[in-house]
Design a protein around this ligand. Sequence first.
Ligand SMILES: Cc1ncc(COP(=O)(O)O)c(C=O)c1O
Length: 338
Amino acid sequence: MPKIDWKSLGFGFSDVNCHIRYTWKDGKWSKPKFVKKPFISMHIGASCLHYGQECFEGMKAFRQKNGKVVIFRPEENAKRMFRTAERCVMPPVPVEMFVEAAEKVVKANIEFVPPYGTGGSLYIRPLLIGTGPQIGVAPAHEYTFIMMVMPVGAYYKGGLKPVRACILDHWDRAAPHGMGDVKVGGNYAASLFAHEKAKHDGWPVELYLDAKTHKYVEEFSTSNFLAITKNGTYVTPDSCSVLPSVTNMSLKQVAADLGWKVECRKVRYEEIKDFAEVAACGTAVVVTPVWEITRGDEVIRISDPKKPGKGLQKLFDTVQGIQYGRIKDIHGWCHEVK
Ligand SMILES: Cc1ncc(COP(=O)(O)O)c(C=O)c1O
């Protein structure tokens, strides 16, 4: 076993045994290679460097209560990367190849999956980039698909902690019918400036409204928006410029299983003040309760700053319970690494 202080792990890169790598050339994907060193040598004209032919994913493997190691819904990340690749004119990674790569790379680094009870997980970061040289604007002729892994710690060491969020009207994340619904690096470059400004001014997360009218809620820079109404309905925005989150998809299902009404619809900014609970959701933390949202001079108080609402706590406990094998996986979301 590697010498790791599992309890104090954060969310960051760390060295493991290897990553897995495939190349696409002459119309087909190569066999996988395990590569020990976390470096890549590529042509200085590679299309990922010049024209942003780059996309990635994020998912997790968990060591469950009974000792099994599972990956949470890798097929959904595979399908999302497939759609992203098509949008950027890159050769899509077949879903079976993606899932197989995830199994292989987790298996090759199995001792880095944090022990059950530490709250940690093995973060899996798939990456697809154009590595062939391309100086005129056009898709490359060669691509590299990499899947890397790293152990990460529990985000909430002492239970869910509500945060404050802000809306910065001066910057938008994604245009309607642009690239907001796919996972390309450019979307994060587009939000980094506002993100750093928000952080500097004391808000850990920033919420984006729709770029065209600034009337409707879209999502946070790295997570979807969800709300629970006073009569217990799960509400999440429907927009063509929001990334379809695997966590949100799972939470919607959990909410429906609990007998809650689920609405995926346009959410007006003015509605925020009437919600009982609001949260950001994504792979990294499942849900982050948001207790207050600031937009210019307007401050909307939503819920208790000290503790999460009951609805969010229930959703969080259920998804984590499934991931760690404490709750029956009735939908078959946990993909076992044998
Ligand atoms: C912009 C954005 N929205 C939402 C999410 C949450 O998606 P998921 O639940 O698949 O991690 C992420 C993280 O991947 C993200 O970067």
